[in-house]
Each structure stands twice: as C-alpha cells, then as structure tokens.
Design a protein around this ligand. Sequence first.
Ligand SMILES: Cc1cc2nc3c(=O)[nH]c(=O)nc-3n(C[C@H](O)[C@H](O)[C@H](O)COP(=O)(O)OP(=O)(O)OC[C@H]3O[C@@H](n4cnc5c(N)ncnc54)[C@H](O)[C@@H]3O)c2cc1C
Length: 440
Amino acid sequence: MQRRKLIKYSLGSALTSSAFSQAAYGQEINSNLNSKTAAPPSLKSARVIVIGGGYGGATASKYLSLFSNQQIQVTLIEPEAEFISCPLSNLVIGGSKHINYITKSYALLQKNRGTRIIKDWVSSIDPTGRKVKTASGQVLPYDELILSPGVELMYSSVGGLLEAKRQGRIVQAWGGTGNETQHLRRQLEALHDGEVFAITVPELPYRCPPGPYERASQVAHYFKNFKPRSKVIVLDANQDITSKGPLFKKFWRENYPNHLEYRPEHKVVEVDARTNTLKFEIQDDLQAGLLNVLPAMRAGAIAVQTGLSNVNKRWCEVNFLNFESTVAPHIHVLGDSIQAGPYMPKSAHMANAHAKIAAAAIVAKLSELEVNSQPFLTNTCYSFVDPEQAIYIASVHQYDSVEKTFKILPNAGGISAEASKQEGTFAYGWAKNIWADCLS
Ligand SMILES: Cc1cc2nc3c(=O)[nH]c(=O)nc-3n(C[C@H](O)[C@H](O)[C@H](O)COP(=O)(O)OP(=O)(O)OC[C@H]3O[C@@H](n4cnc5c(N)ncnc54)[C@H](O)[C@@H]3O)c2cc1C
C-alpha cells in the first residue's frame, strides 16, 4: 500500500457566509490522491454511477472527480435537462424572482469535471448484479452507486389529493420540475383579491422544515402589495412551527398581521378540489380560494422500489462514515432520502455535505486507503421573510463513533437575532456559492 499522508481539506471554504464561517469545518482526505502519485488500478478502472442530479447527486459527481483527479469514470443519470433549485423557488412563487434565476446548466460538470451525463430515468437497480437499467433501456454496470433521488410525495396520505393533482387543480411545487413552481405562481396571480391561500404542512420529517413558512411569508408579502384583502392561512400538522419559529412569528406579527394566519395541530386528511375544501383529522373543514397541500414524504421512489427504505418503509438507513445503505452494499444514499440523525434537516446544504463525505469515502476505498473515521457535517439554512430580508439557522454535526451517528456540536452553530437585509444578502450569496459548488 502506498504511504499514507493526511492533509486538511477544507470543504467549508466553498460556501462562505457569515453563518457558514461560524460552522466552517475541515475533513481529512488522503494526499495519495494527488496527481504526483500513481493511482491504484482499482481507482482507475472504477465505474461510479450517480442517480439524481439534484443537490446531493450533482455535488457527489463533482467531488468524485475532484478527489480522484478525474480517474474515476463518473456517470450522472438525471432526467431533467437543467438543474432547477428548490432553494429560492419560494421567491418565484411570491413573484419577486423569475424561474430563470433558479435554473442552472449541467454543462460545467461535463466540461470541468469530465462527468458523463445521461439524460434518462433509472427504472430499476440490480444490487446483486451491480447494474442499473434506465427507462430508455440502457443497462449500465457499476462498482459503486450513489443514489440521491430526493423525496417522493405520498399523495395517498391525503384523500382526493392524487385526483386533484391529476386535474392540475392542486400542485405542490415541492421539487421535481420547475413547471409546478410556475403553475402555482399563475394560480396565485389568478386569485381574486379577498380570496384565501391555504398551505398545509405535513408532520416531520419532511423536505425543508422551514420551506412552508418561507412560502407563506412570500405569498403574504405578495398579497400585502397586490391583493390587500387576501390572506394566507398556514395549517400545520405539527404542534408548532418546525424551524425558526419565534423569528417567523415575530416577523409575521410585525409585517403581515392582516395577511397571514398560523394554525398549529391541523392535520389534513382529505381534500375536495371541486369546492377547494380541506378536511382535518379533528378541526372543522376549511374552504379557500387556492390550496397548496403538502402531503407526507418518503425517500425517492427508486430507493423505495429497490428495498432501501428500511426505516418505517420511508427512509433509508445508512452508515454515516460513507453513506452506504445498511441493506445493500455498494449503494450509497444521500440527501433527503436518508434516515437522518438528530437535528439533521432534509436540506440542500446537508445533501451537499453528505455528498462530500460519500465521495471522499468512495475514493479512499477504491484507493485502498482508510476512510475518514471522524467526519463533520454542517448545515446553514436561510429563509426569506420578504424578497430582501432573511433569517438563518446554522449547525455543525460531528460523527460519534460510539453511537454511530452525527451529533450537534454544542456552541458551534447559530441563529439570527432577527430578520435583516444583511442576512438576505448572505442568503443570495449562499445560493450562488452552493450552485457553483454543486455544478462547476
Ligand atoms: C420550496 C423549497 C425551498 C427549499 N429551500 C431550501 C433552502 O433554502 N436551503 C436548503 O438547504 N434547502 C432547501 N430546500 C431543500 C432542498 O431542496 C432539498 O433538501 C435538496 O434538494 C435535497 O437534495 P437531494 O439530492 O436529496 O434531492 P434533489 O435535489 O431533489 O435531487 C433529486 C434528483 O434526483 C432525480 N431523480 C429522482 N429519481 C430518479 C431516477 N429514478 N432516475 C434518475 N434521476 C432521478 C430528480 O430528477 C432530481 O433531480 C428547499 C426545498 C423546497 C421544496
């Protein structure tokens, strides 16, 4: 085995912001992967397939290339021609940003990193034969597989929702293509002044805990300026706001007293799209001009179908040192699909951080080197409360080798004192940095 010499590789430097600098972290990877030393044959001939070109998958494909000096053959399979960001998509719904602002190209991954990108949908995975099959009929073998398919929305958890969605009456705009984001924006524009926009929040865990409250804030801002007699009602299945609660509530109280109403412990069980009525487990029905019903979520369909969702048949348990599935060797699951550790939100920032640990571990394994036994994760999550002001929460998570999970590092994170334009500027900076980090 080649001589091992460890270097500090600061992954945090790619994502600078006031919040992130508090949470900067380093990770050790092996300098044997530097260009001066010959790569072991296993690394040179390795085929790694990445399924899903979202925050987890795009980052993983880049860092596999970077850490292996482009010696691994990386293939990214993604059906969408362009990357459309969920972060900042609520600003498109609120009308202050255009969809083009959050639409990015995959071209630099190909150009700068040599990633082979296949525009296709993976229809099945054979974990024993180590190959994937795509919707167009291609069969592709792999040595290691990375799976970052996001979440699947469980429409059947709310009666009538699937039908309403098929008719285009209720959309979620919670990932997938950008079409739903634009559709929801058009629905809002078509609302008459005085009509209510009702958004429902599922019980945790779900993708992006503060996302529904950010969306409510953006729509309330739009109503305040363009439909002053309309209001947003947030119907939350949880006992309280699930992230940055006091900050959201303070801003709403001071800025949207007539345009936003929050109701906790409202679990929606059925919708009647014909009359735009929500039915709850306990409370009275509610009728609104426009419904945005967010159902329960689980790991992306391909992960569930492959039998990887071994936690409540919803989430995929992984070994946090390399994000390998605990039921299928050589398959590494990232991002929203995993069963997370304590206080690890389903966020773009987290998916990006998972990807770097998994990529480093795969490169180390293929190079017959030791996998880092003490990885760190960070999370920074900004939420816009109007088009310019934002609030944030940040945390650092350290691997605990006894409990084999990530634990929050005390006194290493932070939260906004209050909403500000300065945090809004940092939030736009965060988005630009993470897009560059994932996609170039
Ligand atoms: C409204 C909203 C606002 C948000 N705001 C923030 C924020 O401010 N900050 C933050 O950190 N996070 C935010 N998030 C959360 C963030 O978007 C997710 O946590 C992140 O996208 C998760 O990354 P992922 O790789 O797991 O999934 P995704 O980014 O969704 O990527 C999954 C990809 O897999 C592809 N795919 C799925 N199945 C297959 C298949 N069978 N074959 C091939 N490809 C497949 C999909 O097309 C998709 O491109 C927000 C989410 C929403 C909905």
